[in-house]
Design a protein around this ligand. Sequence first.
Ligand SMILES: [Zn+2]
Length: 522
Amino acid sequence: MQLSSPRLRAALLAAASLTLVAAVLPPPKPLGIGDRLFPELGNPGYDVLSYDLSLTYKDNLTPLDAVTVIEARTLEPLERINLDFTNGTVASAEVNGEPAGVDSVGEDLVLTPAHAVPAGTPLHLVVRHTSDPRGRADGGWVPTEDGLAMANQADAAHRVFPCNDHPADKAYFTFRVTAPAGTTVVANGVPSSLPAARAGGAAVWTYKTLHPMATELAQVSVGRSAVVHRTGPHGLPLRDVVPAADRERLEPWLAKTAGHIEWMEERVGRYPFENYGVLIARAKTGFELETQTLSLFENGLFAGEGYPEWYVESVMVHELAHQWFGDSVTPRTWSDLWLNEGHATWYEALYADGLGKYSLERRMREAYQRSDQWRAAGGPPAAPKAAAPGEKIGLFRPVVYDGAALILYALRQEIGGEAFDRVERSWVAEHKDGTAGTEDFVRLASREAGRDLGAFLEPWLYGQTTPPMPGHPEWSGSTAPKPTPKTAPKTAPKTAPKAAPQAAPGTAPKAAVADPAAGKTV
Ligand SMILES: [Zn+2]
């Protein structure tokens, strides 16, 4: 039989070449970009420019129907394109407009296009899939009493959507979420249109980020929410998302954000994004998370679980500080996590100091006493030990929080307050919307100090033990558990933070939880 239709002929040839390619390629396997702590996270060979996620939500027990569209650019010739994805079923995929082969291997989704894609060319990927909100309890979708929120740090975005799930590859995001009548959807960025009506009272909510974002910082909130608008410093739009029933009760907390932003801007410069707000979810997470422009908090923090007001505020400032340190400037590798948490802890502690509740010097002295224990348990701040299998949140140990804020304190002691302030401001200005790592920080600090700080910072960053604190020769490490501060929360939260048992080996978990420095994973 002679084929007379060019389209039919092309389709047959494409199918034949797909078979041929599949026959000669080695079996698909999970790939990564070589992150020391998450070897199979991220994928080599391309740079994602944007994600366009369409999600249809029904309820917390039904997988969402989803289409993820990725615009990328190849960095090398690719016979296969690996994405990170698990916890959903893939119906079909396309590469540059043609059907592609689909394999799930480990936590990778491997697409095999009909033809290899040359280096330096655009890559248009379409994946039709589901996204299961019932997944494991360690990240991705977070079920709340009235819907869903998202908590992807460090490696859980790919439990929600196919992606290059590493903060080294930031991209722009568009979210299009269809949700039933009576629910409100809010995502990172700004609404790009009014919600469009769909059958049965459902609506499609569309948001776009105006700045690039790491996959770990994506946020989509679906629930019976109130969205509270107000204006912050220099006209910055503020947008809080809270359970509608809790709006009045939470108002005194929401009203504090504008002041927090002013306080941060006085220290490090302009807030880096298009808007900001808190997302307070009726969920027991045991952590708060700095999702970009919309930080996630569990309701219990504000609901009388024994946390004093100054502590709650300092945690709000911690997540806000991450918008500069961690979100606008993201870590190049997960070993650079101390740059996120050390800085957020620094401003958290500085804010509490300003309230006169817990002085920075006391907090740093107490951290110093425990720093050697923290290093023994978690590794040095800039080369932390990998988390135990199945305990990925275990990466978030005291050594990258107060143990890393201690590095900043040492730096300030060494170079003086003025040079330190320049370091902080230059860091967030020069790496805005980018990624940066530990060596970049050492270089920038050296430049601002006018001398090479490599030898000074090396043992602080990578040493098994804590170096002497400049200006405090009397400080020493101690293995004795520290007493509970008088100003500490009166009662332990019901949800014990996962990090607490690791916070201080040999210390009773209750004491660790009562310690503001180790009370919550933030
Ligand atoms: Zn944090």
